[in-house]
Ligand binder design. Structure first.
Ligand SMILES: Cc1cc2nc3c(=O)[nH]c(=O)nc-3n(C[C@H](O)[C@H](O)[C@H](O)COP(=O)(O)OP(=O)(O)OC[C@H]3O[C@@H](n4cnc5c(N)ncnc54)[C@H](O)[C@@H]3O)c2cc1C
Length: 500
């Protein structure tokens, strides 16, 4: 049955860009529907290096607009969601005779410090690695380093918090809903969706269509909108390995490989180190992307060039891989393709407009959404003004330096929580952690135990408030408990979730 209601905007894709646009639009008073074919952030948006960063490397490609905008966003996003975003210091070891001379790195970091509206993040400094603890895990040939600021983000949670907020502001948000067809009829869009679990089809109408399908953006155009010969994005695979902790310093490392690529080694989930990324062109369905053997070898070998203790395959506890949907600007090498976003509106006079989103970064998603809303306003009429810069995402309504105070408050209210558990809950849910725990007075009150510190109360919250449907959604996107839970425990969780 075709719905009679004509919505303002239909968004395809529940990655950071689709959810960011849906939230901004709903907050301005547009009626919005968003369809995600699998789960939020199940595409590229949970497979990133998880940095809120200017992108030091992009300065080499003269991407000043992008770098400046991204740098400015660091403190804006931190204030919006201080539970899932926080500052991180990066140590960039410097080697005489290396690929880039010290003056060039210093110049880049000078720009980094001064073009990006930095107010709270500390400035760059130089380290003597013989004295500074950052030098301890490294080979002794590294004597000097620069230390600079960027930010860290729980990428998958950033996405779901945008979806939650969009829904709280009135958007109709659906997961497991693939857009299979979209056609123009009588000046608006008729969009057909298919439920991934039941196969049920539904038709909805909207004045404007937003294609935010990330690496599937061209596929949506060819398969759902019926275009031939579409080629707007270049798919570039990037993989990461997660290894047993290689260092205890809270700072991350930025390494410059001799082949010109850069690589990060980042403290991850208390017990691990995250190492990545690679950059290689990708063909095929983005859903099937997996780390290749040679990428594992490359990451282990490269990291072993810097750390005194080599990184070997046996250290690896998890790997993940994603596909960057970069706007195809014809660059020769994958790592040189632009990281900037491009928004294109299609639709002649009288035709229902279509907005395609190409490229983008987690860091610039909020600005991308504002730019998308400018285009939407031009196409179907302006509603509301820009509002997200000073907004808070769900659970993020505390000060940027207030994390420890939040942990204290939660621990005082729920004294049975282990300290690490309380910290984890505040990191994930911020001020909403108390609502998640409700009236619990003892560990038993949190319900069934699924392994690690995952209890029924949290799983139920994730199913009710955050659209979690499968164990995978809970273990690898809403939380990273998958790193601490066995396959048998995950199977029990899946049974529990399917039984509810
Ligand atoms: C290895 C790597 C490292 C990165 N590191 C960083 C970083 O440190 N910092 C940073 O700022 N950025 C980083 N990025 C970039 C960033 O992750 C991406 O730009 C961003 O996640 C893209 O989001 P998106 O919403 O466009 O795409 P996606 O997250 O892929 O979302 C698109 C969604 O559309 C859905 N979809 C597709 N087709 C349909 C359909 N027919 N119907 C319904 N839904 C559909 C998909 O299921 C998917 O969930 C990195 C990217 C990669 C690959």
């Amino acid at each position: 049955m075709q719905g009679d209601v004509i919505h303002d905007i239909f968004v395809i894709g529940g990655g950071i860009n689709g959810c960011g646009i849906a939230r901004d639009a709903a907050g301005r008073g547009y009626s919005v529907v968003l369809a995600e074919m699998k789960d939020f952030a199940s595409g590229t948006s949970s497979a990133s290096t998880k940095l809120i960063h200017g992108g030091l490397r992009y300065l080499e490609h003269y991407e000043f607009r992008l770098v400046r905008e991204a740098l400015m966003e660091r403190e804006v996003l931190w204030a919006m969601a201080p539970h899932v975003i926080w500052p991180m210091r990066f140590v960039l070891p410097f080697q005489k005779g290396g690929l880039r001379p010290a003056w060039l790195i210093r110049l880049g970091l000078f720009l980094y410090d001064y073009i990006g509206g930095r107010k709270l993040l500390p400035a760059t400094r130089t380290l003597d690695l013989a004295k500074d603890p950052a030098g301890r895990p490294l080979k002794t040939l590294f004597r000097k380093a620069f230390e600079y600021s960027d930010g860290w983000v729980d990428d998958a949670r950033l996405v779901v918090l945008n979806a939650r907020d969009a829904a709280d502001r009135g958007a109709d948000i659906r997961t497991a809903t693939a857009v299979v067809n979209a056609r123009r009829e009588n000046g608006h869009w008729v969009v057909e969706t298919e439920n991934a679990e039941t196969g049920a089809r539904e038709t909805m109408q909207a004045r404007m269509l937003v294609n935010a399908a990330g690496p599937w953006v061209d596929r949506v155009l060819s398969s759902a909108v019926g275009r031939n010969d579409v080629h707007n994005v270049r798919l570039v695979q990037g993989s990461h390995i997660v290894v047993k902790k290689k260092f205890s310093d809270p700072r991350a490392y930025f390494f410059q490989n001799p082949d010109g690529r850069i690589m990060f080694a980042i403290p991850y989930q208390e017990e691990f180190t995250l190492i990545g990324t690679t950059d290689r062109d990708y063909q095929g369905d983005p859903r099937d992307v997996r780390i290749a053997d040679e990428e594992i070898d490359y990451l282990c070998a490269s990291a072993s060039e810097y750390f005194a203790e080599p990184v070997v395959r046996d250290d690896i506890v998890w790997t993940y891989s994603g596909v960057r949907p970069l706007f195809d600007d014809g660059a020769n090498k994958a790592q040189e393709a632009t990281r900037d976003y491009v928004l294109k509106v299609e639709g002649a006079d009288g035709q229902a407009p279509l907005l395609n989103i190409f490229g983008g970064k987690l860091t610039t998603y909020r600005r991308l959404a504002e730019a998308a809303l400018d285009k939407i306003g031009e196409a179907i009429g302006v509603k509301g003004a820009r509002w997200t810069a000073h907004s808070r995402l769900p659970g993020g309504d505390f000060n940027v330096d207030g994390f420890e105070a939040e942990v204290k408050t939660l621990s005082a209210r729920f004294p049975f929580l282990q300290p690490a558990h309380a910290r984890r809950l505040v990191r994930l849910y911020g001020t909403r952690a108390s609502a998640l725990l409700g009236d619990a007075r003892t560990t038993e009150d949190m319900g069934r135990h699924f392994g690690s510190d995952l209890y029924e109360a949290e799983v139920r919250w994730l199913m009710r408030e955050e659209w979690a449907r499968h164990a995978e959604d809970v273990l690898w996107r809403r939380t990273k408990r998958g790193l601490h839970i066995s396959a048998a425990e995950a199977a029990v969780l899946e049974d529990y979730m399917q039984g509810r």
